[in-house]
Design a protein around this ligand. Sequence first.
Ligand code: FAD
Length: 388
Amino acid sequence: MEESTRRPTKKKVVAVVGGGLVGALNACFFAKRGFNVEVYEIREDIRQAKVVKGRSINLALSHRGRQALKHVGMEEKIVSQGIPMHARMIHSLKGKQSPIPYGKKDQYILSVDRANLNKELLTAVEAFPNTKLNFDHKLQGWSAETGLMTFVRSDGSKEQINADLIVGCDGAFSALRKQFLRRSRFNYSQTYIPHGYMELTIPPLNGEFAMKPNYLHIWPRNTFMMIALPNMDKTFTCTLFMPFEDFEKITTGDEVITFFQKYFPDAIPLIGADTLKRDYFRLPAQAMVSVKCSSYHIGDKCVLMGDAAHAVVPFYGQGMNAGFEDCIVFDEIMELFNEDFSAVLPEYTRVRVPDDHAIADLAMYNYVEMRAHVNSKWFLFRKHVDNI
Ligand code: FAD
């Protein structure tokens, strides 16, 4: 059936709570199916905001995520704004760099700008005639019995809204999920790892990338590590992952330099000693949480997706990608069950929970792999043999 002939016939209202990466993409999936889609986002429109607060400046987009973007015609656009990373580039203490490919020669992941990706997705949502973006709408609470949602605006005013389906894409600290916690037989676990993360920038050198751009650079130091992903403006965003107690031991600019001289000496001239001394104290290290829950739905009324359902630690680079894949899986089940929410929602939980939990476990495993195992001679040898 032609999309244009499908759209006006559907009258059901889908409320997507959260206009982040997964919420915005999901809104496109529902809009494509002809639903009337309302997106409610706590923040102002990031396309107009001067400062966009987010959790990481860039992220790795992989096959999973690309497949989902392809479904809504966004793949090419986003890929053209990303930088391919064919391999990890391991930086030894002495500054030696050794590549470890991710796969075969033509395989790669992409470094993409988080804010830009979110902006592009919001613009894609708006391009559908059957969507509405509602910014400055904070979900305060909702009733699992009636589906009535209460939103608060920044001026203190409140709005009560109903929808046929509520899709919770409101991130790791989901307000929507709170109602799930009150229900019997809802399993939930949340784990904060002892590490925090801090972002630093490597500026361009003479107008060019200061390191080889088509790599995900890693400085593995066993109990902690730093990584760097390239940006389109020829900078790199470095992320230092380290136990909070180690972050807290460093209290002066000189101590920062001493620490970097000991563990990341080649990064000092790249970041710049003065910048490093200043930027280390710009923001406190951020926490990382892993959330697992089940089930993902309540009746035929509400479903959780993305980080709201499964926040994972970032070491496998799959949080967003898995959230994007949620959208495809849900869409396929919608097709299979003729968009009957009472059948689609339980099936989605049945199919998706094991896969999302597996991603969470793999991410936790890669937490050790990236900072320690990639360091071992055996690992480097094995990877070398694998890639011959
Ligand atoms: P979010 O991005 O958190 O979006 C949630 C949205 O909901 C936000 O816009 C928020 O403002 C809104 N919201 C929150 N509460 C409310 C409310 N009460 N009412 C209305 N709106 C609300 N993933 C990858 O795939 N690859 C990577 O390389 C990668 N790197 C990462 C690096 C770091 C340091 C971190 C922390 C994460 C990384 N991730 C990565 C994971 C990725 O960031 C998340 O999985 C992804 O952002 C999840 O998207 P989401 O839309 O579900 O949630």
